[in-house]
Each structure stands twice: as structure tokens, then as C-alpha cells.
Write a protein that binds this ligand. Structure first.
Ligand code: 15L
Length: 263
């Protein structure tokens, strides 16, 4: 059973759009009662009964207004790659701090967090890790994801707010790189994982956002235990010649790229 009122942040983004489409259908079918969509960008065609907010969570007041009356939050907003601290601090760190505080203050039941494989991207490709692997970030972007995972864990212990952290691999329409054979999550499988996060019983969980890949870097048995059943295989999504993967790290080129903006 889905939570009654749901907020999606980053609803206009690549992944936010997928989840928003799924929840818009649920709204039409009466399986949820309220859907609030937040983004700093304009949304293409939101459901006519969705509550749309065009605002930034870097502003604390916005975060508190956004979660008011919401039972669950799906947090996709933020910068989706490596950047300078000047941009990552407000968008990926302050925004999360505001959102988790706001959710506690308003009695929100749970937050589903779009974490990333880059929180653990510095593990070597020869290693297979599971949900117990401590962060080993490959970038500032990954450090920001690890920060939020750890904050979510703390709040799950000290407050009633539960969190479901999805270390998403490579969620794109197609498989375009060799690395994706180990890291791909189809949009449909992402939605399946979100559904588990919205309905399962837990306090704090880390899962991998991964399609049906048995020989990848990540042992996703924790997600399976909670009810996740991915249906897609990367081989069915291959498009064109694959870009080679030469990085010795699971995070790929993000792990070997230098830190930007240090002069
Ligand atoms: C991510 O976290 C990024 O948001 C995405 O753009 C890809 O780089 C992805 O990870 C990946 O590792 O393929």
C-alpha cells in the first residue's frame, strides 16, 4: 500500500520524471491522494492534480513548506555529477540537511534518497561489495552522497523518520558503455525499487539501484530481502558500440578525474 501523500524532489530531472510518471498514474487511479512535485526547473506536463513547487531546497523555509502534509519524500533533487564545493554545498548538502530536519518536524514517515554508486566508487573493480560496505567516495559528489546516507542513518536512530538510501548505478535509457554492463538500472527497475522503498517496513536501509546483474560489483541481496525483483538485463538495452571501461575503480572515470576548481 502506497503512502497517502508523496513529495518528489527533482521531479523534472531524468530520474525524477520516471518516478513522477509512475506516481501520476497512481494519483489518477486513486492509489495515492496527494502528489507534490518540486524542482528548480519547469516541469513538462505535470498531472493536473499535482501540487507543483518551483523552488530550491537550499532554502530552509522552502524545505519545510515542501514536506508539510507529506507522508513520504522521494529525494532526487541536487547536482548529479562532480562539481565545485560552491555548488555542491547548497544543492547536495544543505538541501539534504534542511529536508531531513523538515521531515522530522512535520512527522513525515520516510525519505527515499537517490544516493549514488559514487558514494562507494573508489572500491576496485575486482571487489564485490554489499549494503554493509562503508562509503569510499570517488568524488566530492560521492562525499556529499555519503554525508546524506550517514545523516539518514543518524536520524533513523534518533527520530521516527526512516530512510531508504538507493546507491543508484547507471540509470539511463540505454546501455552505452562497457561499465554499464555492471552498473545499469533500467527506468522500470528504478521504479520497482522506489515502490519497495515506499511500501516495505524498515528503519534505515542501503540498497543498490541495479537491474538484474548477477556478476556485477554489487551484491544487492539486501534489496531482494526487502522485496525488490529487477526484471531487466543490460544486454537488452545495448545501443551502438560500447565506450570502453578502463578505470580500475567501480566509479569509472569519476574516480580517476581530478578534483575540479582547485587553483
Ligand atoms: C551518477 O550518480 C550520476 O548522477 C550519473 O550521471 C552517472 O554518472 C552515474 O552515476 C554512473 O555512475 O553511471
Amino acid at each position: 500500500r502506497l503512502p497517502r501523500a508523496i513529495l518528489v524532489t527533482g521531479a523534472a530531472g531524468r530520474l525524477g520524471t520516471q518516478v513522477t510518471n509512475y506516481l501520476s498514474k497512481a494519483l489518477s487511479e486513486g492509489r495515492i491522494e496527494r502528489l507534490r512535485l518540486l524542482d528548480i526547473q519547469e516541469m513538462a506536463k505535470p498531472h493536473d492534480r499535482a501540487e507543483v513547487m518551483r523552488a530550491s531546497l537550499a532554502d530552509r523555509g522552502t524545505a519545510f513548506a515542501a514536506v508539510e502534509g507529506m507522508d513520504a519524500v522521494i529525494h532526487f533533487a541536487g547536482i548529479s555529477g562532480e562539481d565545485e564545493w560552491e555548488k555542491l554545498l547548497p544543492a547536495n548538502i544543505a538541501a539534504c540537511a534542511h529536508l531531513w530536519d523538515a521531515a522530522v518536524a512535520h512527522g513525515t514517515d520516510r525519505i527515499l534518497f537517490a544516493s549514488s554508486n559514487h558514494a562507494v566508487g573508489m572500491y576496485p573493480v575486482s571487489e564485490r561489495i554489499d549494503h554493509t560496505a562503508p562509503p569510499f567516495a570517488d568524488s566530492r559528489y560521492g562525499v556529499a552522497k555519503a554525508f546524506t546516507e550517514e545523516m539518514a542513518r543518524l536520524y533513523a536512530h534518533k527520530t521516527p523518520l526512516r530512510s531508504f538510501c538507493m546507491r543508484i548505478g547507471s540509470s539511463f535509457p540505454a546501455v552505452t558503455a562497457t561499465r554499464h554492463l555492471k552498473t545499469f538500472q533500467s527506468f522500470d527497475d528504478l521504479v520497482r525499487l522506489v515502490e519497495v522503498g515506499l511500501t516495505a517496513d524498515y528503519r534505515f536501509e542501503i540498497v543498490y539501484g541495479l537491474s538484474d546483474i548477477a556478476d556485477g560489483y554489487w551484491d544487492n541481496s539486501n534489496a531482494f530481502l526487502l522485496g525488490y525483483g529487477p526484471k531487466d538485463r543490460p544486454a537488452d538495452f545495448v545501443s551502438g558500440t560500447l565506450n570502453p571501461h578502463e578505470s580500475p575503480y567501480q566509479g569509472g572515470s569519476m574516480a580517476t578525474d581530478p578534483l575540479p576548481g582547485i587553483t
